[in-house]
Design a protein around this ligand. Structure first.
Ligand code: SF4
Length: 194
């Protein structure tokens, strides 16, 4: 993991390195829940850590209050490791160029469950297993099997906490989805796979 972090911090493989303050590798525990967001925002870019702004506070609260876990007990990362300027969405090319880092994180962390937060990470990870992403509304709450080094790991999709910050309806859905993750953690994957 240390060498991966060093590579990410020095990476110049896509144009985002030119405008970032810091590249933002993932942080947290191994063999646990892994949350995958979209890309760092302004606070994350300054601090060099994922999910440290308002959306990060909501994620931390959900992890604590719904899952009963401390943030240090999970792994938190992003699909793209550098902040797109002016908070624009990452491009397809930026996502594709940065993907090998997330792939290596998945192989090192070996998560028990992957939670894709938002449209970009959901769409990208579902695309990797041949599932067509249509909308967040349609994809959320569903579970698919994601292969990591020969193991099938459950992949959940839900909304990005940033989308729920000023939308009580989406916040309620996030809470419901986190409750479902908690239910899964107490049971087996079979009842959730189609
Ligand atoms: S976004 Fe990813 S690929 Fe692009 S410079 Fe940053 S670490 Fe490298």
């Amino acid at each position: 993991m240390e060498s991966l972090v060093k590579e990410i911090l020095a990476c110049t493989k896509c144009q985002l390195w030119k405008t970032r303050t810091n590249a933002v590798p993932g942080v947290g525990s191994r063999e646990c829940l892994m949350f995958v967001g979209e890309a760092p925002g302004a606070n994350e870019d300054i601090e060099g850590k994922p999910f440290v702004g308002a959306a990060g506070k909501l994620l931390t609260d959900l992890i604590k209050e719904v899952l009963g876990l401390d943030r240090s007990q999970v792994y938190i990362t992003n699909l793209v490791k550098c902040r797109p300027p002016r908070n624009r969405e990452p491009t397809d090319l930026e996502e594709k160029t940065c993907w090998p880092y997330l792939q290596r994180e998945l192989e090192i962390v070996r998560p028990k469950v992957i939670v894709a937060l938002g449209r970009h990470s959901s769409s990208y990870l579902l695309g990797k297993i041949g599932v067509t992403f249509k909308t967040m509304e349609e994809a959320r709450g569903k579970i698919h099997a994601f292969p990591i080094l020969g193991s099938q790991v459950p992949l959940f999709s839900t909304y990005h906490p940033a989308a729920a910050l000023y939308n009580p309806r989406l916040k309620d859905i996030l809470v419901q989805d986190f409750r479902r993750i908690k239910t899964y953690l107490g049971g087996g994957i079979d009842k959730y796979l189609g």
